[in-house]
Ligand binder design. Structure first.
Ligand SMILES: *[C@@H]1O[C@H](CO)[C@@H](O)[C@H](O)[C@H]1NC(C)=O
Ligand SMILES: *[C@@H]1O[C@H](CO)[C@@H](O)[C@H](O)[C@H]1NC(C)=O
Ligand SMILES: *[C@@H]1O[C@H](CO)[C@@H](O)[C@H](O)[C@H]1NC(C)=O
Ligand SMILES: *[C@@H]1O[C@H](CO)[C@@H](O)[C@H](O)[C@H]1NC(C)=O
Ligand SMILES: *[C@@H]1O[C@H](CO)[C@@H](O)[C@H](O)[C@H]1NC(C)=O
Ligand SMILES: *[C@@H]1O[C@H](CO)[C@@H](O)[C@H](O)[C@H]1NC(C)=O
Ligand SMILES: *[C@@H]1O[C@H](CO)[C@@H](O)[C@H](O)[C@H]1NC(C)=O
Ligand SMILES: *[C@@H]1O[C@H](CO)[C@@H](O)[C@H](O)[C@H]1NC(C)=O
Ligand SMILES: *[C@@H]1O[C@H](CO)[C@@H](O)[C@H](O)[C@H]1NC(C)=O
Length: 841
């Protein structure tokens, strides 16, 4: 397919027209929309109303506020309701398994899940993770991730999420959420929103505020908000807001992102929690739509709070109306009932703060020594799934003359530290904050302890023994003489390299979360070049968090194969052996673009403090990753959606069937007025610590401590924030994920995919659309599937194109519109290999 040559300048013009500026601000949006119990939330809403109606003020406040860091067993714990024998909610990281536990699994990272492009695996992985959380007594799993989406390739936490493409991420979000919640655990979609780099995501120690991601309305809707719409539509129970500011207002108190976009337009019915200590105000955040304060204390272990007893005060002094507090609590409890926590709950049986069996119940205060770890094994048979996803997510980028799969080679050499065990064991560094031995997850809060980690060398050595293959290996990347000896004359030399990244609170080798470069770590590029200078059958395996520069490897004739294995989790070695030896035919496709040089991506991490009020203007609009490469005619090493197989596929017979769903009607009408549940005792005397109450040090409570409540003082809060009257609905809203007609089917597209090779395989057909305007990307992904095909077998790929799929966000009407520009659909094997196309009339 040919790209129109004039597009680059049109894009530049479009970007200019929507340029963002330092100091952009979010328009105020009040009041905070109250829950209405729509979209599959009806039953949960009824149960939650019944429950919340019987609660006192203090009990309600207890459910909104964490007890503080290390106050209880989990990374996040709300207060409890002893009167009703209701323990507080337990919230635990993270997106690839349970953090800070034992007897749990370490799943492949989000980026690997995405690379399978297989909805069945998205959901099965979610369900397996959810069931492990359930088994430990966790109420809410803190994942999956759609923010950072992956604007910049070096973004430290990109691997926790799925892909810089919003549609692939959106589908992965929805299926992961369904999987987790089917296991009776609340899923938490995070981080809302624009958490696109680590540097300066939080205020710096010199008092500089977190960066402000300044973004225009169209880009927000067409790119960053898109996967969150899918999350809401899938019924996600909670959403975590981000550390950064958006248009100069913090994620936890931005009334436009929380009230307007999330709760009104997307009709989100669950609860919004803050990221840990990302809350910056009490009253303002409550009116802006925050429902739960995490970890409850203002700063790590500070013992003071924005909510807790301050929220009690704010209700008693007439600032926060009862309906807003009731809405917070009813949303929390509705999420609890929606996923069936009431029937599936077990006691919390692990402890985040010690690996020992006995420890402190309140670790922060060193109080309540008792059994805290019951070592419940929740792994089930998830190892099989982890191995399957590990293989199904390994992208074959290069395979000269069918170098792979290996067929009982006479000898192999396995080279590189990344193929080997860390001498310190797989959990040698806290939160995986080092790059030692084979890499199977990044670092930070989005990690889990490995129950074990199969290093590639272990599995490959076992395979070699079965095949009677001569086996040599070298782990030291710098011992080039040993490497020379090992690879000389070997039938295949398999070299492993990695690149790591993670969360900002840990710096590894000068990388403060974000990667400082896009090259391999530990001089692996030099190691590979050395091996390839000797061995003409050099096979490269990359364990990287995202793209690295591979152009030299691509062009090196002695590098016969390149595989991206990403962050495969505990079964790493078995999964890569399955692929290298053909027990599994590669089917994965790259979920990001591989540029030839760093500048090719157009946007990058800002690593330095730029001002006392740092501004990140997202002027590239929707042009990130392949959209940028396409628009600027930059040829990548490997494009988005690319991946080889041990067989070949052909595409034919595109058919487009037009449907007639009727015209798009903006949602009209008004909401009900805000409801309240039960009555609140407004006498401050009844909100004090009960006599003789035992206070745990630094623990956050809802009780007043003799505080006088001033009354009759002038209230200062944004206009309309306390308005409980019925409110107009948004035209683009009205249902989970936006106006339900956005999901009407406009066209059904089918195409035939045939396996033309000699072995069975799975092909991932991809459907892209050109929306047609000069300001649009050349193509955008809209659909995909995984088709299992025997040799010579054909199957039909089918995708239903929805109204949303062919619409643009129109800022003037504040709704989605189908532009007059001609639209074209493409089907093929990658974003740049699209043999079939047709007009959408
Ligand atoms: C940010 O400000 C721009 C105006 O420059 C506006 O178009 C956009 O809607 C705002 N977005 C948010 C999330 O506040
Ligand atoms: C709030 O939760 C704390 C911690 O679980 C508990 O000690 C306290 O009694 C609860 N307060 C009320 C009013 O239930
Ligand atoms: C009411 O209480 C809140 C929380 O302590 C406080 O922020 C606010 O200033 C108070 N308002 C008045 C009018 O006293
Ligand atoms: C080869 O791998 C084994 C683990 O299977 C390891 O103990 C050994 O140190 C490695 N050899 C070299 C030379 O690195
Ligand atoms: C890139 O960063 C990694 C990790 O810090 C380091 O090992 C490597 O040497 C760096 N690459 C270059 C070319 O400086
Ligand atoms: C490829 O390997 C051969 C040895 O088999 C060596 O002579 C040649 O220089 C290598 N080529 C490159 C580009 O390293
Ligand atoms: C796929 O087709 C190409 C081009 O015809 C051919 O070079 C290659 O060997 C085929 N690969 C397989 C695995 O059949
Ligand atoms: C409550 O107030 C008393 C008297 O001012 C003080 O000694 C105590 O530390 C306070 N307790 C808490 C938990 O703030
Ligand atoms: C909102 O607050 C203002 C200012 O305190 C007050 O005059 C008004 O009555 C309140 N409105 C509602 C609906 O409570």
């Amino acid at each position: 397919m040919l790209w129109a040559a004039s597009l680059g300048s049109a894009v530049a013009l479009a970007a200019l027209a929507s340029a963002q500026h330092d100091g952009d601000h979010s328009p105020p949006s009040y009041p905070s929309p109250w829950m209405r119990g729509g979209n599959g939330w009806q039953d949960a809403y009824i149960k939650a109303k019944d429950f919340v109606s019987q609660l006192t003020l203090l009990e309600k406040v207890n459910l909104t506020t964490g007890v503080g860091w290390e106050g209880e067993a989990c990374v996040g714990n709300t207060g409890s309701i002893p009167r009703l024998n209701f323990r507080g909610l337990c919230l635990q990281d993270g997106p690839l398994g349970i953090r800070f536990a034992d007897q749990n699994s370490a799943f492949p990272a989000g980026v690997n899940a995405a690379a399978t492009w297989t909805t069945r695996l998205f959901k099965t992985r979610g369900n397996a993770m959810g069931s492990e959380h359930r088994g430990k007594g966790i109420d809410a799993q803190l994942g999956p991730v759609a923010g950072g989406l992956g604007r910049v390739p070096a973004g430290g936490r990109n691997w926790e999420g799925f892909s810089p493409d919003p549609v692939l991420t959106g589908v992965a979000m929805a299926e992961t959420i369904k999987g987790i919640q089917d296991a009776n655990v609340i899923a938490t979609a995070k981080h809302f929103i624009m958490n696109e780099q680590e540097f300066n995501r939080e205020a710096l120690s010199d008092g500089t505020p977190a960066y402000s991601a300044n973004i225009d309305d169209k880009t927000m809707h067409e790119l960053y908000l898109w996967p969150f719409a899918d999350a809401v539509r899938a019924g996600v129970g909670s959403i975590m807001c981000s550390y950064n500011r958006i248009n100069n207002s913090y994620g936890s108190e931005n009334s436009y992102t929380l009230n307007h976009l999330l709760k009104n337009e997307l009709d989100f019915q669950g609860f919004v929690m803050s990221d840990w200590w990302a809350q910056h105000s009490g009253v303002a955040s409550a009116f802006a739509g925050l429902d739960m304060s995490m970890a409850g204390d203002q700063n790590l272990g500070s013992g003071n709070t924005h909510w807790g007893f301050h929220l009690t005060e704010a209700v008693l002094n007439g600032t926060i109306p009862q309906w807003r507090l009731d809405d917070m609590v009813v949303r929390i409890m509705a999420a609890y009932y929606k996923v069936g926590r009431d029937t599936a709950r077990v006691d919390v049986n692990f402890n985040s703060w010690t690996k020992e069996t006995f420890g402190y119940r309140h670790a922060g205060a060193k109080e309540g020594y008792e059994q805290v770890n019951f070592h419940v094994n929740v792994q089930g048979d998830h190892a099989r799934l982890i191995r399957e996803i590990g293989g199904a997510s390994t992208v074959l980028l290069k395979n000269t003359n069918n170098a792979l799969p290996l067929k009982k080679p006479s000898s192999i050499a396995v080279i590189g530290e990344d193929a080997h065990d860390s001498p310190d064991g797989p959990n040698g560094c806290d939160d995986r904050g080092c790059d030692k031995g084979t890499l199977a997850m990044g670092w930070g809060s989005g990690t889990a302890n490995f129950p074990y980690l199969i290093a590639p060398v272990t599995a490959l050595k076992a395979q070699a023994a079965r095949d009677k293959t001569k086996f040599t290996n070298v782990s030291d990347n710098y011992d080039l003489s040993a490497v020379t000896a090992a690879v000389t004359g070997a039938e295949a030399a398999i070299v492993f390299g990695n690149a790591d990244s993670g969360e900002a609170y840990i710096t590894v080798d000068g990388n403060q979360g974000d990667r400082k470069n896009l090259t391999l770590w530990g001089d692996a590029d030099a190691l590979i070049a050395h091996v390839a200078s000797i061995n003409p059958n050099t096979i490269v395996v990359l364990h990287t968090v995202g793209p690295v520069i591979v152009e030299a490897l691509k062009n090196n004739p002695n590098v016969t194969a390149i595989l991206w294995a990403g962050l495969p989790g505990q079964e790493s070695g078995n999964a890569i052996t399955d692929i290298l030896y053909g027990a599994r035919n590669p089917s994965a496709k790259s979920v990001f673009t591989w540029g030839k040089k760093r500048e090719d991506w157009g946007v990058d991490v800002v690593y330095k403090k730029t001002s006392d009020n740092p501004q990140l203007n997202f002027n590239e609009g929707v042009f990130i990753d392949y959209r940028h490469f396409d628009a600027n005619e930059i040829e990548p090493s490997y494009e988005f959606g690319f991946g080889l197989s041990y067989t070949n596929y052909s595409y034919s017979n595109l058919q487009i069937e037009k449907k007639s769903p009727g015209p798009y009607e903006p949602t009209l009408g008004k909401t009900e007025p805000a409801p309240t549940f039960g009555t609140i005792d407004m006498d401050p005397a009844n909100a004090q610590f009960p006599p003789g109450f035992h206070i745990v040090n630094k623990y956050i409570y809802p009780f007043l401590n003799g505080t006088a409540i001033p009354t009759g003082l002038p209230q200062t809060f944004p206009k309309g924030a306390n308005d409980s009257s019925s409110q107009p609905k948004l035209g683009a809203g009205g249902s989970g994920g936006g106006n339900r007609q956005l999901y009407d089917v406009m066209y059904t597209v089918t195409a035939t995919v045939t396996n033309t090779g000699a072995v069975k395989g799975t092909e991932i057909p991809q459907l892209y659309i050109s929306l047609g305007a000069p300001t649009d990307p050349k193509v955008v992904l809209r659909g995909f599937d995984d088709l299992i095909l025997d040799p010579k077998e054909s199957r039909t790929f089918k995708y239903d194109i929805t109204r949303r799929d062919i619409s643009n966000w129109d800022t003037a009407s504040q709704n989605w519109v189908i532009s007059e520009f001609p639209k074209t659909v493409y089907v093929g094997a990658s974003s740049r290999n699209l043999p079939l196309s047709g007009k959408l009339s």
